[in-house]
Design a protein around this ligand. Structure first.
Ligand SMILES: Cc1cc2nc3c(=O)[nH]c(=O)nc-3n(C[C@H](O)[C@H](O)[C@H](O)COP(=O)(O)OP(=O)(O)OC[C@H]3O[C@@H](n4cnc5c(N)ncnc54)[C@H](O)[C@@H]3O)c2cc1C
Length: 392
């Protein structure tokens, strides 16, 4: 069934015809192609990789990388259009949006921004077309919120490099043709492109996840992994370079989670207006139920406005990482609360796979943690308003 959308205060009137068209395209793709598959994929813990070519053809991969990206086949959409795509994908499932986020913001963006001419010419057209999949390896078993402590090391070996270390919780890891791995060198942290099959490199999947089941999550191992000198991304130097990629991805998350929240809200609204209890009265006819729906749609509306404003700032080149921390933190928080309330309003039915809310709720637990946890983003905002870093 076509999703009707959630637009309480006529925010659509702020969108251009082109932006509405992009959303309509993404909405139809999710309704017709993703939703029919996703319940089974989630149950069986598989990513719906058959959707990759279509996502690529529709221009969803690396969609907002600016005019320079057009020569590599990218759609060069504005950030509202990109955000609306992320919103619709995550309405389908956070795993779908994670795939597109990693591919576009964490692999294509750094190659475009930090890569050599050869790296761009080779990888960007393949990644845009979905013919190659990428992953981004920053987190390590002992260094999640504090990636600056990473142990993975790259040492010069003649004209090449030798890498040793381990990355974990890496989205798309074992599915990736190319891994962007961050490692410590004698000149500080740097980014390296490791091709699947490189000697000394392996990826193993993390199983038994109860969240993000329709997404591949892996550990990457580098044991005397020998790379040519051309594997280093020449401009990707310092942790700042990695964090700039995360800012790109978090922007997409700030939009994406609105889609999950909208799906949870609409599921609860339509369920409670039709289900009756106590003398045939619809659940939605009770004040406490309406209060929950009112809370959800108010928070979704505030999240939509925050996302729209951030997209306009980004298009104007004025969005910074601390702004994105507020967007990601707030929107992930309200989305998870919408999922919890929706689950509650559906009663026992809310825990089944027949409805999407429990799946969204489980996924959003990951979204709240990855790309900077709720706490870490609170600390970024705290530092911005006080001038005092409180991470340690
Ligand atoms: C499904 C999934 C996919 C992922 N995909 C990727 C990926 O593609 N690439 C990648 O590199 N990583 C990925 N991650 C890893 C993710 O980014 C990390 O899990 C995240 O950064 C948190 O690190 P951690 O799990 O080690 O938690 P920890 O850092 O150990 O934090 C645990 C808890 O302590 C809190 N905490 C930590 N430090 C502080 C502090 N200073 N003050 C207050 N509280 C603090 C945290 O907020 C959290 O509540 C993924 C994770 C998941 C679950």
């Amino acid at each position: 069934m076509a999703f009707p959308g959630v637009d309480y205060i006529l925010i659509d009137s702020q969108l251009s015809a082109q932006e509405l068209l992009v959303r309509q395209t993404a909405r139809r793709f999710v309704d017709e192609r993703a939703i029919p598959l996703i319940r089974e994929c989630y149950r069986d813990a598989v990513f719906p990789s058959q959707l990759i070519p279509e996502m690529a053809e529709l221009g969803f991969l690396g969609a907002n990388l600016g005019p320079d990206s057009e020569r590599y086949g990218c759609a060069a959409m504005n950030n509202i259009e990109y955000g609306l795509i992320m919103q619709e994908l995550e309405r389908g499932d956070s795993g779908l949006r994670s795939f597109a986020s990693v591919q576009g913001a964490l692999v294509m963006y750094p190659i475009l921004r930090y890569g050599s001419h050869e790296q761009k010419e080779h990888w960007l057209p393949l990644l845009q077309a979905g013919k190659a999949v990428g992953c981004f390896g920053l987190t390590e078993p002992d260094f999640g919120s504090n990636p600056a402590g990473m142990r993975t090391r790259a040492v010069r070996d003649g004209s090449g490099w030798v890498l040793n270390g381990e990355k974990t919780w890496i989205t798309n890891g074992s599915a990736a043709h190319i891994a962007l791995v961050w490692a410590r060198t004698e000149d500080g942290i740097q980014g390296f492109l490791i091709e699947r099959g490189a000697p000394g490199f392996s990826a193993t999947d993390i199983h038994d996840k109860w969240s993000m089941r329709a997404s591949v999550t892996s550990s990457l191992n580098m044991t005397d992994c020998r790379l040519p000198g051309s594997a280093a991304l020449p401009g990707a130097k310092g942790l700042k370079a990695a964090l700039a990629c995360l800012t790109q991805a978090r922007f997409g998350i700030g939009w994406g989670v609105i889609g999950a929240a909208m799906d949870c809200y609409e599921t609860a609204r339509s369920y409670t207006v039709t289900r009756t209890q106590f003398d045939g009265k619809p659940l939605a006819g009770h004040q406490m139920v309406q209060e929950k729906l009112a809370w959800m749609i108010t928070e979704i509306t505030k999240a939509q406005l925050l996302a729209l404003h951030c997209a306009r700032l980004k298009d104007a080149g004025r969005l910074d990482a601390a702004h994105v921390s507020m967007l990601k933190r707030n929107n992930a928080t309200i989305a998870i609360e919408c999922a919890r309330l929706s689950r509650d309003l559906l009663g026992a039915n809310g825990i089944t796979g027949e409805y999407p809310v429990m799946r969204h709720l489980c996924n959003l637990e990951t979204v709240r943690t990855y790309e900077g946890t709720d706490h870490i983003h609170a600390l970024v905002i705290g530092e911005r308003v006080t001038g005092i870093p409180a991470y340690r």
